[in-house]
Design a protein around this ligand. Structure first.
Ligand SMILES: C[S@@+](CC[C@H](N)C(=O)[O-])C[C@H]1O[C@@H](n2cnc3c(N)ncnc32)[C@H](O)[C@@H]1O
Length: 260
């Protein structure tokens, strides 16, 4: 079982995300990225299904929206959507994707752990792969910030890395345990209605650059290093079989509502 958080040496920061979005190496000493692992140039299929089934309503927040494809899709379905991300480069590109798609989304740069500018604003929150990027303190601050940024009865749909396995593919690291989600959400005013396995569409091209540079690998504990190597090896082996560079990663979905 790997840690529920990124190893310190590989912990993503707002600066490292910004670099990746600008096509620069995510970590010092790493080769230029071969792609962005979550850039699939479309909304996540599981989120599209959720929307079709009526899971999205009122004022919507897509937090950690990245390049904006989920927010853009929800706006194209008639929802009023705000997309927030800590990376200015991501928000710049999200705005241009929204303009290309001809939809209106209110995109802005913001830190998800401090949403004081957005008090009492939202009815639905979508977190598509943000939670697992945060450390423990950040996760608590984030869920408390979401509580303050939402209205009574608001719903949260949170998708994060799980410790599952889909045809041999596992999360590269930072698989989040059910206990971690239950503790953090409950402690910050969210009641879980459903928690279970789901999938997240990823961009396989971004995983094919092999493992991290030796100076980073040396900083990982042996278990984390083995996990990183195993994931890189599997992607390398199956790369040519993957149609359109799309893979499905094992995720957990949580549907929760705000306790008033
Ligand atoms: C794995 S990406 C997922 C992007 C997008 N939601 C998707 O599914 O395509 C995580 C995103 O969270 C953003 N992020 C990480 N920490 C953040 C923070 N504290 N505040 C706001 N955004 C953050 C990153 O910049 C990145 O765009």
């Amino acid at each position: 079982m790997t840690s529920s958080q990124y190893p310190q040496a590989l912990r993503p920061t707002p600066e490292s995300f910004d670099k990746l979005y600008r096509g620069e190496p995510f970590f010092e000493g790493a080769p230029p990225p071969t792609g962005i692992p979550w850039d699939v140039r479309q909304a996540q299929p599981r989120l599209m299904e959720l929307e079709a089934l009526g899971g999205i309503s009122g004022e919507v927040l897509d937090v950690g929206c990245g390049l904006g494809d989920n927010a853009i899709y929800l706006a194209s379905r008639g929802h009023s959507v705000t997309g927030l991300d800590g990376s200015a480069a991501a928000i710049e590109q999200a705005r241009s994707r929204a303009a290309e798609a001809g939809v209106r989304v209110s995109f802005a740069v913001a830190d998800a752990t401090d949403l004081s500018k957005y008090q009492g604003r939202f009815d639905t929150v979508v977190d598509s792969a943000l939670y697992h990027c945060l450390d423990e303190e950040g996760r608590h601050a984030y869920l408390a910030a979401l509580h303050a940024a939402t209205r009574p009865g608001a719903r949260l749909h949170l998708y994060c890395f799980s410790d599952g396995n889909i045809n041999g593919l596992t999360a590269p690291m930072a698989a989040v345990s059910e206990a971690n989600l239950r503790d953090t959400l409950t402690a910050n005013g969210w009641q879980i209605d459903f928690l279970g396995p789901t999938t997240y569409m990823g961009n396989a091209a971004a995983f094919q650059g092999g493992e991290y540079p030796p100076q980073l690998m040396e900083q990982l504990d042996p278990e984390a290093a083995d996990q990183v190597r195993a994931v890189a090896e599997r992607y390398t082996r199956i790369a040519e079989l993957i149609e359109g560079d799309r893979v499905y990663l094992p995720f957990t979905v949580v549907h929760a509502h705000r306790v008033d």
